[in-house]
Design a protein around this ligand. Structure first.
Ligand code: MLT
Ligand code: MN
Ligand code: ZN
Length: 308
Protein backbone atom coordinates (compact mmCIF):
# COMPACT_ATOMS: atom_id res chain seq x y z
CA UNK A 1 0.00 0.00 0.00
CA UNK A 2 1.21 3.46 -0.82
CA UNK A 3 0.28 6.20 1.65
CA UNK A 4 0.71 9.85 0.78
CA UNK A 5 0.14 12.87 2.98
CA UNK A 6 -1.83 15.28 0.83
CA UNK A 7 -2.10 17.85 3.61
CA UNK A 8 -0.55 17.74 7.08
CA UNK A 9 -2.11 20.88 8.59
CA UNK A 10 -5.33 21.12 10.56
CA UNK A 11 -8.20 23.40 9.52
CA UNK A 12 -6.98 26.77 8.28
CA UNK A 13 -3.72 25.38 6.90
CA UNK A 14 -0.34 27.05 7.30
CA UNK A 15 -0.33 30.00 7.00
CA UNK A 16 -3.96 30.56 7.90
CA UNK A 17 -5.53 33.54 6.13
CA UNK A 18 -6.19 35.64 9.23
CA UNK A 19 -3.44 34.45 11.56
CA UNK A 20 -0.29 36.20 12.75
CA UNK A 21 0.98 33.55 15.14
CA UNK A 22 4.76 32.96 14.93
CA UNK A 23 4.39 30.00 12.52
CA UNK A 24 1.97 31.79 10.19
CA UNK A 25 4.20 34.88 10.08
CA UNK A 26 7.26 32.73 9.32
CA UNK A 27 5.48 30.66 6.68
CA UNK A 28 4.10 33.79 5.03
CA UNK A 29 7.58 35.31 4.98
CA UNK A 30 8.94 32.22 3.21
CA UNK A 31 11.05 30.85 6.06
CA UNK A 32 12.62 27.52 5.07
CA UNK A 33 12.04 26.35 8.66
CA UNK A 34 8.25 26.70 8.40
CA UNK A 35 7.14 25.45 4.99
CA UNK A 36 3.45 26.03 4.15
CA UNK A 37 1.08 23.12 4.64
CA UNK A 38 -2.31 22.37 3.15
CA UNK A 39 -5.28 21.04 5.09
CA UNK A 40 -5.79 17.58 6.51
CA UNK A 41 -6.00 14.65 4.10
CA UNK A 42 -4.19 11.43 3.13
CA UNK A 43 -4.40 9.26 0.03
CA UNK A 44 -3.89 5.48 -0.08
CA UNK A 45 -3.52 3.05 -2.95
CA UNK A 46 -3.04 -0.68 -3.27
CA UNK A 47 -1.57 -0.89 -6.76
CA UNK A 48 -0.63 2.78 -7.21
CA UNK A 49 -3.08 3.64 -10.01
CA UNK A 50 -6.36 4.11 -8.15
CA UNK A 51 -6.41 6.11 -4.95
CA UNK A 52 -8.75 6.57 -2.01
CA UNK A 53 -8.78 9.95 -0.32
CA UNK A 54 -9.00 9.85 3.46
CA UNK A 55 -10.90 13.10 4.08
CA UNK A 56 -11.17 15.70 1.33
CA UNK A 57 -9.90 19.13 2.28
CA UNK A 58 -10.66 22.54 0.79
CA UNK A 59 -7.10 22.39 -0.60
CA UNK A 60 -7.81 19.31 -2.73
CA UNK A 61 -7.20 21.17 -5.99
CA UNK A 62 -3.61 22.02 -5.07
CA UNK A 63 -3.11 18.60 -3.53
CA UNK A 64 -4.12 16.89 -6.78
CA UNK A 65 -1.90 19.23 -8.76
CA UNK A 66 1.03 18.26 -6.50
CA UNK A 67 0.27 14.50 -6.74
CA UNK A 68 0.29 13.47 -10.44
CA UNK A 69 -1.02 9.95 -9.74
CA UNK A 70 -4.33 11.44 -8.58
CA UNK A 71 -4.98 12.75 -12.10
CA UNK A 72 -5.18 9.25 -13.54
CA UNK A 73 -4.05 8.06 -16.96
CA UNK A 74 -4.38 10.23 -20.04
CA UNK A 75 -5.04 7.03 -22.04
CA UNK A 76 -8.41 6.85 -20.29
CA UNK A 77 -9.82 9.86 -22.16
CA UNK A 78 -10.17 13.62 -21.86
CA UNK A 79 -11.88 13.58 -18.47
CA UNK A 80 -10.83 11.13 -15.79
CA UNK A 81 -9.28 10.74 -12.38
CA UNK A 82 -7.05 8.50 -10.32
CA UNK A 83 -9.48 8.95 -7.42
CA UNK A 84 -11.45 5.74 -6.88
CA UNK A 85 -13.26 6.84 -3.73
CA UNK A 86 -13.18 8.88 -0.52
CA UNK A 87 -13.49 8.04 3.15
CA UNK A 88 -14.68 10.42 5.87
CA UNK A 89 -13.48 10.30 9.49
CA UNK A 90 -15.74 13.14 10.68
CA UNK A 91 -18.04 15.77 9.18
CA UNK A 92 -15.84 18.80 9.96
CA UNK A 93 -15.51 21.53 7.34
CA UNK A 94 -11.77 21.02 6.85
CA UNK A 95 -12.26 17.29 6.16
CA UNK A 96 -15.29 17.45 3.89
CA UNK A 97 -15.46 20.70 1.94
CA UNK A 98 -13.20 19.37 -0.82
CA UNK A 99 -16.05 17.07 -1.85
CA UNK A 100 -17.86 20.12 -3.22
CA UNK A 101 -14.77 21.11 -5.19
CA UNK A 102 -14.64 17.74 -6.97
CA UNK A 103 -18.04 18.17 -8.55
CA UNK A 104 -17.15 18.33 -12.24
CA UNK A 105 -18.11 14.80 -13.16
CA UNK A 106 -16.51 11.35 -12.82
CA UNK A 107 -18.09 8.85 -10.43
CA UNK A 108 -16.69 7.63 -7.15
CA UNK A 109 -18.15 6.50 -3.84
CA UNK A 110 -18.02 8.33 -0.51
CA UNK A 111 -17.54 5.99 2.44
CA UNK A 112 -18.75 7.35 5.78
CA UNK A 113 -20.20 6.14 9.07
CA UNK A 114 -23.98 6.66 9.17
CA UNK A 115 -23.95 9.67 11.50
CA UNK A 116 -21.33 11.53 9.45
CA UNK A 117 -23.27 10.77 6.26
CA UNK A 118 -26.49 12.03 7.85
CA UNK A 119 -24.88 15.27 9.05
CA UNK A 120 -23.49 15.79 5.53
CA UNK A 121 -27.05 15.55 4.20
CA UNK A 122 -28.80 17.61 6.85
CA UNK A 123 -26.68 20.23 8.63
CA UNK A 124 -24.00 20.67 5.96
CA UNK A 125 -25.84 19.29 2.92
CA UNK A 126 -22.88 18.37 0.74
CA UNK A 127 -24.62 15.13 -0.29
CA UNK A 128 -27.78 16.68 -1.76
CA UNK A 129 -25.85 19.56 -3.36
CA UNK A 130 -23.31 17.23 -4.99
CA UNK A 131 -26.03 14.99 -6.34
CA UNK A 132 -26.98 17.75 -8.78
CA UNK A 133 -23.48 17.71 -10.28
CA UNK A 134 -22.08 14.18 -10.21
CA UNK A 135 -22.73 10.62 -9.10
CA UNK A 136 -21.38 10.19 -5.60
CA UNK A 137 -22.84 7.00 -4.19
CA UNK A 138 -22.67 7.01 -0.38
CA UNK A 139 -21.54 3.75 1.16
CA UNK A 140 -21.96 3.11 4.84
CA UNK A 141 -18.87 2.41 6.87
CA UNK A 142 -20.35 0.37 9.70
CA UNK A 143 -18.28 0.62 12.88
CA UNK A 144 -15.90 -2.27 13.58
CA UNK A 145 -16.77 -4.14 10.38
CA UNK A 146 -13.99 -4.72 7.86
CA UNK A 147 -14.94 -4.19 4.22
CA UNK A 148 -12.99 -3.88 1.00
CA UNK A 149 -12.68 -0.41 -0.51
CA UNK A 150 -14.20 -0.65 -3.98
CA UNK A 151 -14.52 1.82 -6.83
CA UNK A 152 -17.86 2.97 -8.26
CA UNK A 153 -18.15 -0.17 -10.41
CA UNK A 154 -17.55 -2.38 -7.40
CA UNK A 155 -14.01 -3.36 -8.40
CA UNK A 156 -12.01 -4.23 -5.31
CA UNK A 157 -8.84 -2.34 -4.41
CA UNK A 158 -7.22 -5.02 -2.29
CA UNK A 159 -7.45 -2.54 0.60
CA UNK A 160 -9.62 -3.57 3.53
CA UNK A 161 -10.89 -0.92 5.90
CA UNK A 162 -12.34 -0.89 9.40
CA UNK A 163 -13.63 2.23 11.12
CA UNK A 164 -13.52 2.36 14.91
CA UNK A 165 -15.26 4.87 17.11
CA UNK A 166 -13.26 7.53 18.95
CA UNK A 167 -14.45 10.09 21.50
CA UNK A 168 -17.66 11.78 20.38
CA UNK A 169 -17.18 15.31 19.11
CA UNK A 170 -19.92 16.86 16.97
CA UNK A 171 -19.00 19.70 14.60
CA UNK A 172 -20.20 23.10 15.81
CA UNK A 173 -22.72 23.34 12.97
CA UNK A 174 -24.67 20.32 14.25
CA UNK A 175 -25.93 22.25 17.29
CA UNK A 176 -29.42 20.95 17.92
CA UNK A 177 -28.58 17.36 17.09
CA UNK A 178 -30.16 15.05 19.60
CA UNK A 179 -29.48 11.40 20.15
CA UNK A 180 -26.46 9.19 19.87
CA UNK A 181 -23.06 10.56 18.90
CA UNK A 182 -21.74 7.12 18.00
CA UNK A 183 -19.60 7.40 14.89
CA UNK A 184 -19.17 11.19 15.01
CA UNK A 185 -15.36 10.86 14.95
CA UNK A 186 -13.72 7.63 13.85
CA UNK A 187 -10.27 6.23 13.30
CA UNK A 188 -9.46 4.02 10.33
CA UNK A 189 -7.47 0.83 10.07
CA UNK A 190 -6.55 -0.09 6.49
CA UNK A 191 -4.93 -3.36 5.52
CA UNK A 192 -3.40 -4.32 2.17
CA UNK A 193 -4.35 -7.91 1.41
CA UNK A 194 -1.43 -8.31 -1.01
CA UNK A 195 1.43 -7.08 1.20
CA UNK A 196 -0.10 -7.56 4.64
CA UNK A 197 0.79 -3.92 5.39
CA UNK A 198 -1.48 -2.17 7.85
CA UNK A 199 -1.94 1.53 8.57
CA UNK A 200 -3.94 3.44 11.16
CA UNK A 201 -5.28 6.97 10.62
CA UNK A 202 -6.69 8.95 13.54
CA UNK A 203 -6.70 12.73 12.98
CA UNK A 204 -9.25 13.48 15.72
CA UNK A 205 -8.17 12.00 19.04
CA UNK A 206 -9.31 13.35 22.40
CA UNK A 207 -7.56 10.68 24.42
CA UNK A 208 -5.76 7.41 23.72
CA UNK A 209 -8.73 5.07 23.84
CA UNK A 210 -8.53 1.26 24.00
CA UNK A 211 -9.96 1.04 20.46
CA UNK A 212 -7.04 3.10 19.16
CA UNK A 213 -4.50 1.05 21.07
CA UNK A 214 -5.98 -2.16 19.69
CA UNK A 215 -5.90 -0.83 16.14
CA UNK A 216 -2.17 -0.14 16.35
CA UNK A 217 -1.33 -3.74 17.22
CA UNK A 218 0.68 -5.13 14.32
CA UNK A 219 0.46 -1.84 12.38
CA UNK A 220 3.27 -0.70 10.09
CA UNK A 221 2.24 2.95 10.07
CA UNK A 222 0.20 5.34 12.17
CA UNK A 223 -0.92 8.87 11.32
CA UNK A 224 -2.00 10.54 14.54
CA UNK A 225 -3.72 13.76 15.57
CA UNK A 226 -0.99 16.35 16.24
CA UNK A 227 -3.26 19.39 16.41
CA UNK A 228 -1.90 21.10 19.52
CA UNK A 229 1.42 21.03 21.36
CA UNK A 230 -0.12 21.87 24.74
CA UNK A 231 -3.54 21.62 26.33
CA UNK A 232 -3.78 25.42 26.72
CA UNK A 233 -2.16 26.43 23.42
CA UNK A 234 -5.02 28.55 22.08
CA UNK A 235 -5.83 30.01 25.49
CA UNK A 236 -2.20 31.07 26.00
CA UNK A 237 -2.17 32.72 22.56
CA UNK A 238 -5.41 34.52 23.41
CA UNK A 239 -7.20 32.83 20.49
CA UNK A 240 -9.81 30.75 22.30
CA UNK A 241 -11.19 30.04 25.73
CA UNK A 242 -11.21 26.31 25.09
CA UNK A 243 -8.55 23.77 25.91
CA UNK A 244 -7.27 21.38 23.27
CA UNK A 245 -9.32 18.47 24.58
CA UNK A 246 -12.45 20.60 24.73
CA UNK A 247 -11.95 21.20 21.01
CA UNK A 248 -11.62 17.42 20.53
CA UNK A 249 -7.87 17.09 20.18
CA UNK A 250 -5.43 15.71 22.70
CA UNK A 251 -2.17 17.66 23.14
CA UNK A 252 1.26 16.31 22.12
CA UNK A 253 3.87 17.36 24.70
CA UNK A 254 4.66 16.38 28.26
CA UNK A 255 2.85 14.33 30.83
CA UNK A 256 -0.28 12.68 29.51
CA UNK A 257 0.41 13.98 25.98
CA UNK A 258 0.24 11.82 22.88
CA UNK A 259 4.03 11.83 22.33
CA UNK A 260 4.50 9.73 25.47
CA UNK A 261 2.27 7.11 23.88
CA UNK A 262 3.23 7.20 20.21
CA UNK A 263 6.93 7.51 21.10
CA UNK A 264 6.76 4.12 22.77
CA UNK A 265 4.74 2.32 20.09
CA UNK A 266 6.28 -0.58 18.23
CA UNK A 267 5.18 0.78 14.83
CA UNK A 268 7.76 1.49 12.13
CA UNK A 269 6.28 4.67 10.63
CA UNK A 270 4.79 7.10 13.15
CA UNK A 271 3.67 10.50 11.92
CA UNK A 272 1.72 13.45 13.25
CA UNK A 273 -0.90 14.96 10.95
CA UNK A 274 -3.80 17.44 11.35
CA UNK A 275 -1.31 19.87 12.93
CA UNK A 276 -2.68 23.29 13.81
CA UNK A 277 -0.74 26.28 12.52
CA UNK A 278 -0.13 27.41 16.12
CA UNK A 279 1.72 24.20 17.04
CA UNK A 280 5.42 25.04 17.64
CA UNK A 281 6.55 21.64 16.36
CA UNK A 282 5.82 22.97 12.85
CA UNK A 283 9.02 25.00 13.10
CA UNK A 284 11.47 22.42 11.73
CA UNK A 285 14.42 24.20 13.36
CA UNK A 286 12.79 24.35 16.81
CA UNK A 287 13.26 22.32 19.99
CA UNK A 288 9.72 20.93 19.81
CA UNK A 289 10.23 19.34 16.37
CA UNK A 290 13.56 17.91 17.57
CA UNK A 291 11.84 16.45 20.63
CA UNK A 292 9.27 14.66 18.46
CA UNK A 293 11.87 13.34 16.05
CA UNK A 294 14.06 12.14 18.93
CA UNK A 295 11.19 9.75 19.78
CA UNK A 296 11.27 8.36 16.23
CA UNK A 297 8.11 10.23 15.25
CA UNK A 298 7.78 12.50 12.18
CA UNK A 299 6.04 15.84 11.98
CA UNK A 300 4.08 15.26 8.76
CA UNK A 301 4.77 17.26 5.60
CA UNK A 302 2.68 17.57 2.48
CA UNK A 303 3.85 15.07 -0.13
CA UNK A 304 5.48 12.63 2.30
CA UNK A 305 4.92 9.14 0.95
CA UNK A 306 5.66 5.65 2.24
CA UNK A 307 4.97 2.12 1.08
CA UNK A 308 4.06 -0.71 3.41
C1 MLT B 1 -11.42 20.31 14.29
O1 MLT B 1 -10.55 19.58 13.81
O2 MLT B 1 -11.58 20.36 15.53
C2 MLT B 1 -12.30 21.11 13.42
O3 MLT B 1 -11.92 20.96 12.10
C3 MLT B 1 -12.33 22.51 13.90
C4 MLT B 1 -12.87 23.49 12.89
O4 MLT B 1 -12.12 23.90 11.99
O5 MLT B 1 -14.03 23.87 12.98
MN1 MN C 1 -10.03 19.72 11.80
ZN1 ZN D 1 -1.22 30.84 12.84
Amino acid sequence: MRIRILGAAAGGGLPQWNCRCPNCLAARAGSPDVPPLTQSSLAVSGEGASWFLLNVSPDIRKQIQDSPALSGDVADGVRGTGIAGCVMTDAEIDHTTGLLLLREGCTFPIYAPALIRDWLHEYYPIGPILSHFAERPWRELALDAEIELCDAEGRGSGLFIRAFDLDPHPPRFTAGHEGSLEGSVVGLEIRDAATGGKMVYAPGVEKIAPALERATEGADAIYLDGTFWTERELIDLGLSEQTATEIGHMWVAGEGGSLEWIGGLDVRHRTYVHINNTNPMLNRAGAECAEVEARGVSVGRDGDEIEI
